[in-house]
Design a protein around this ligand. Structure first.
Ligand code: GTP
Ligand code: MG
Length: 445
């Protein structure tokens, strides 16, 4: 569906830095942009920060800078300019005209990578819809189907008015068709999710910046083998697995798509349904790459995306932070961080575990925190099972954490103390009435 750029395309990457962004952040952003460009198999002839004091509405950069860029691109024989910011359609078009190269902005770049990574039908449809939304807003040809429909005249030379109208109609038709297909796919998924919700297990979703190590932690905790790789957006389609906590309780753990600074709104909108896993989770584990010099900035950006999704602390979700990749820190940095992770939490600050998916450090602690967070809403129940209540006893073992179990030899009665979530306690009472041997009480008390 999505065409690859020929590998020989040479690109120049520019990160426009406003004076208020510190040099460290600008450097991190430039490095990220270069990584994104490489993810598209572009060969980089250079990447640099361009200080930006003022945005020119028509061309983004001022005329002097545009001329300097043109010479630079020519000298490098670069055919693609990547501007690491969201350009308006007019700016993109005018820059392409003035520079005689293809101009890709940050949104276009991220959309293109998503397009290459999507594996499932829903993922592909969502990316395609996001791309069409983006294209419609500019009707400048990106490197895709529209070109082919027009007979592949390349990205130079703008289409005439009629062409734009035809394009617009083609786009509208395509988008309507995509939405119908998506509805269909989602209906099926909705059924699966409903079925899962009927299973009374708490849900935990791993969220965080792209490449922070979500899939690696997911694999370690669930003994799975989803793709975990040093590249942006390795995961596009969420995966959910049942996992047992140390006390034997079943939870549903989800690995999700990574976030990025300025995640295009087109993508947030398109991925809203997939990200339902995030919104509906009982607990979010925010996985952070603590070896990343810009980890503070990225944390803020992840929280901004969560907010855009109506998820996160603001939406009342409990957050646990996994301070990951601690194995990559210098020993003194690592100790400092581990010390901070162990500090008692103030107010509703998130609980923290210092982790390494590479060495396994901190993963049991992370599980312990998940368990503790779940336990806050739990009830402790004393139950009494006669030999004929075997089914009820099995249910309790399956759904709760059995803390004590004792069989009275004379009567064959089993006494159990079990910790159950509130909904599970309710379900137990409805299904197996009359087995309580005392008052249930809050487990956290
Ligand atoms: N040294 C070290 N590397 C890690 C650790 N956790 C993950 N990595 C590496 O970091 C890279 C990214 O890991 P992933 O698990 O794919 O990250 P992700 O958050 O799922 O990324 P996306 O799905 O792309 O958003 C991989 O090369 C991992 O091997 C860690 O604790 N220590
Ligand atoms: Mg991943």
């Amino acid at each position: 569906m999505i065409e690859r750029t020929p590998a020989e395309q040479t690109a120049l990457v520019i990160h426009p830095a406003t004076p208020d962004a510190g040099p460290e952040r600008a450097e991190a952003r430039l490095e990220e942009a270069a990584g994104l460009a490489e993810a598209l198999d572009l060969s980089l002839s250079g990447a640099r920060i361009e200080p930006l004091r003022r945005v020119e509405p028509s061309t983004f950069f001022g005329s002097g800078k545009v001329e300097a860029l043109r010479e630079d691109l020519e000298a490098r024989d670069a055919k693609v300019l990547i501007v690491d910011t969201a350009l308006t359609p007019v700016q993109q078009r005018n820059l392409e005209k003035a520079l005689k190269v293809k101009v890709i902005d940050r949104t276009g770049l991220i959309l293109e990578i998503f397009g290459r990574r999507a594996q499932t039908k829903e993922g592909r449809l969502q990316v395609e819809l996001a791309r069409l939304t983006y294209e419609r807003s500019r009707l400048v040809r990106t490197w895709t189907h529209l070109e082919r429909q027009r007979g592949g005249q390349g990205f130079m030379g703008g289409p005439g008015e009629t062409q734009i109208e035809t394009d617009r109609r083609i786009l509208a038709d395509k988008m309507a068709k995509l939405r119908r297909e998506l509805d269909e796919v989602r209906r099926t998924r909705e059924i699966h999710r409903k079925r899962r919700q009927a299973a009374p297990w708490p849900t935990v979703a791993l969220v965080g910046y792209t490449n922070a190590g979500k899939s690696s932690i997911f694999n370690a905790l669930s003994k799975s083998k989803v793709l975990a790789k040093d590249m942006p957006f390795a995961t596009l389609d969420p995966t959910t697995r049942a996992v047992r906590t140390p006390s034997g309780r079943k939870i549903l753990l989800s690995d999700t798509v990574g976030f990025i600074t300025d995640l295009p709104t087109e993508l947030i909108a398109a991925f809203r349904a997939t990200l339902e896993e995030v919104r509906e989770a009982d607990i979010l584990v925010h996985v952070r790459d603590m070896a990343d010099p810009d980890h503070e900035g990225r944390k803020a950006d992840v929280e901004a995306v969560l907010q855009a999704l109506d998820a996160g602390a603001e939406a009342g979700q409990r957050i646990i932070e996994a301070w990951n990749k601690v194995d990559r820190l210098e020993p003194d940095e690592r100790e400092d961080l581990e010390w901070h992770a162990r500090l008692p939490r103030q107010g509703d600050a998130p609980m923290v575990a210092a982790t390494s998916a590479a060495t396994g450090q901190g993963l049991p602690e992370l599980m312990g925190l998940i368990e503790a967070a779940l336990a806050e809403n739990d009830l402790l129940m004393r139950l009494k099972f006669s030999p004929s209540d075997a089914a009820a006893l099995a249910w309790v073992h399956e759904n709760g954490a059995v803390l004590e179990e004792r069989v009275e030899p004379e009567t064959g009665i089993t006494f159990v103390v079990v910790r159950l979530s509130k909904p599970d306690a309710g379900r137990f009472r409805t299904r197996f009435p009359g087995l309580e041997a005392g008052q249930a009480r809050q487990a956290a008390e």
